[in-house]
Design a protein. Structure first.
Length: 467
C-alpha cells in the first residue's frame, strides 16, 4: 500500500491539505464539530416573498466538505412530504458562499441544478439511503398484476413504477410515503429533519476543502429559500392547497466539521508555505429565458459567457407553474409532446460559439441527446419514458393519490454538452433549439454554464477572478 499523500503542496513533504484525497497512514487528523444557529433568519408566510438565512463560520481548521445543513418544515396539512426528485433540496433557491466582501461561489435557481445532479444517483442508493437523509427517492420496480387467485404474466411485468421499500396497496394501485417521511400538522413535532451536504450546495467543495484558519475575513453561507406557499413541499391529492410550510426554527442548523491535521506544526507549516495560495474551481452561471411552445419551434438564445473558459452547458425546459402538486417538485425538465398514436414531436439541438457550431449538424435523435448528457454528466438513473416521453410502460398506479404516469413521463429531459472549442469568444454562447412539438406547458428555458474560476488567498485575504 502506498501511504504517501496524493499531492504535495511544496517541497519538504507538506501534504496539500486543500485538495480532497488520501493522506499518509502515519498522519493524524482531529475533527471538531460546531452546531451553528443562523445569525439572520427571515421566513415570511407568503407565495411570492422568499425566505433567507445566513450562517457565519469560525476561522479555524479546514472546513469539511461534507458538513451538513439540517432542515425541517412545519407541516400545514394533515399529510404532506417532500418531492422524490430533489427532496428537501427543493426549498433552496440560491446558495452563496462569501469570504469578506468577495463572493466565492453563487448559484441561482439552485434547486433546478440540484435536480439534474440528483438524477445521477442510483435508484438503490436513493431508496436505501437518500430518502432517509435528504428525502430523494426516484427508484423503480417492476409491477406484476394479479387477477383473482391466478397470477398473470409470471415472467413479464406489464409496467414499472416508483419504489420506496413499501408494498403497493389497494390492489397494487397505489404507493404511499414511508411513515417517517409524512409531515402531519396534528403531530408537528414528529416532522422529519433532513440534511443537505455542503458539497451539494457548492459543488466545487467536492474537490477542495477550505483552510478557514488561514482567512482573516469572516466566512458566511447565505441561503435564499423558495416561498413558503407552493414552493417547498409535496401535497398528496385531497389535501388543502395553498398552505404555508415554514422552516422549523428549532431545527434549522448548520453542522460544521472542522478538521485539524497532524499533532505538531503541520498546519502552521502549511500556512507558512502557502502565504500566496491559488486554486481553480468550477462555478455555474444561470441564464433564464421566457419561451412558449410556438417560440421553441425555432429559438436562439445567447447565454453570455464571453471570454470565459466554459466546460459545459446544461439546459432544461421548465414550467413555472409547477409546485406542491407535482411529485417531482419544481425543477423537472419537460420533454416532447406525444401524439395519440405515440409519435413524439421532433427536436433539433446545437450550440454555437467562436463562429462555429459544436456539432456539424443539429442533433435530432433523443437517444443521441441522452448520450451527450451521459458523456457530460455521467449516467443518469432514469428511463427512456421519463427522459424523452417515448414508450408507454410507466404504471397507471398512483403515488399518494397522484398519477405516476403524469408525474414521471417526459419530466427528466435534461440537456448537457461538453464544449470542445476552447475559450468562448466575445459573442458568447448561443443555444439553438428547434422543437416542433414541445410540451405545451413549457414557459421557461434555463441554461447553466459551468466555467472555471480562480481563488487567490494572499496573506489571509481572498480575491476571486475568472480564468
Amino acid at each position: 500500500m502506498n501511504d504517501a499523500p496524493k499531492s504535495v503542496a511544496m517541497g519538504g513533504g507538506i501534504p496539500d491539505f486543500i485538495k480532497l484525497g488520501e493522506i499518509g497512514s502515519t498522519g493524524m487528523m482531529k475533527i471538531e464539530t460546531d452546531l451553528l444557529e443562523p445569525v439572520v433568519l427571515t421566513d415570511p408566510s407568503s407565495r411570492s416573498v422568499d425566505g433567507f438565512c445566513r450562517f457565519t463560520l469560525q476561522n479555524k481548521g479546514f472546513l469539511h466538505s461534507n458538513s451538513k445543513l439540517f432542515v425541517s418544515l412545519v407541516p400545514a396539512n394533515d399529510r404532506a412530504g417532500v418531492n422524490v426528485a430533489t427532496g428537501i433540496g427543493q426549498i433552496i433557491k440560491k446558495a452563496v458562499l462569501k469570504i469578506g466582501n468577495q463572493t466565492l461561489n453563487e448559484i441561482q435557481d439552485w434547486n433546478f441544478l440540484h435536480q439534474i445532479k440528483s438524477s445521477l444517483i442510483s435508484g438503490e442508493v436513493q431508496r436505501e439511503r437518500e430518502q432517509y437523509l435528504t428525502g430523494r427517492c426516484v427508484d423503480h420496480q417492476f409491477l406484476y398484476t394479479a387477477t383473482g387467485g391466478a397470477i398473470t404474466n409470471n415472467n413479464l411485468a406489464g409496467s414499472y413504477g416508483l419504489c420506496n421499500g413499501r408494498e403497493y396497496s389497494n390492489g397494487e394501485s397505489g404507493l404511499l410515503m414511508q411513515p417517517f417521511s409524512v409531515m402531519d400538522s396534528r403531530e408537528a413535532d414528529q416532522s422529519p429533519t433532513y440534511q443537505i451536504d455542503l458539497s451539494d450546495l457548492f459543488p466545487f467543495l467536492k474537490q477542495h476543502q477550505l483552510p478557514l484558519y488561514m482567512f482573516k475575513e469572516p466566512i458566511n453561507i447565505e441561503l435564499t429559500f423558495n416561498p413558503a406557499i407552493d414552493g417547498r413541499a409535496f401535497k398528496p391529492d385531497g389535501q388543502t392547497a395553498d398552505q404555508p410550510f415554514l422552516l422549523d426554527r428549532n431545527e434549522l442548523k448548520f453542522c460544521a466539521d472542522y478538521l485539524y491535521f497532524g499533532d505538531g506544526s503541520e498546519m502552521s507549516d502549511y500556512a507558512e508555505a502557502n502565504k500566496d495560495l491559488s486554486f481553480s474551481f468550477p462555478d455555474y452561471r444561470l441564464a433564464v429565458s421566457s419561451v412558449s411552445q410556438a417560440s421553441m419551434r425555432n429559438i436562439v438564445r445567447n447565454v453570455g459567457m464571453a471570454n470565459r473558459l466554459v466546460s459545459r452547458v446544461l439546459t432544461s425546459f421548465n414550467d413555472s407553474g409547477n409546485g406542491e402538486e407535482d411529485m417531482l417538485g419544481t425543477g423537472q425538465s419537460l420533454s416532447l409532446a406525444k401524439s395519440g398514436t405515440g409519435v413524439l414531436g421532433g427536436i433539433e439541438y446545437n450550440l454555437r460559439y467562436n463562429d462555429r457550431f459544436e456539432f456539424p449538424t443539429n442533433v435530432q435523435n433523443t437517444a443521441r441527446l441522452f448520450s451527450l448528457l451521459t458523456d457530460a454528466e455521467g449516467v443518469p438513473f432514469i428511463t427512456d419514458q421519463e427522459y424523452s416521453n417515448a414508450g408507454d410502460i410507466i404504471t397507471d398506479a398512483t403515488y399518494e393519490a397522484r398519477e405516476q404516469k403524469a408525474g414521471l413521463e417526459g419530466q427528466f429531459f435534461f440537456q448537457s454538452t461538453r464544449l470542445t472549442g476552447g475559450r468562448v469568444g466575445s459573442r458568447g454562447i448561443e443555444v439553438h433549439v428547434k422543437a416542433t412539438d414541445l410540451d405545451a406547458s413549457v414557459d421557461e428555458m434555463r441554461s447553466f454554464c459551468e466555467y472555471l474560476r480562480i481563488a487567490r488567498l494572499q496573506d489571509g485575504y481572498v480575491d476571486v477572478f475568472n480564468v
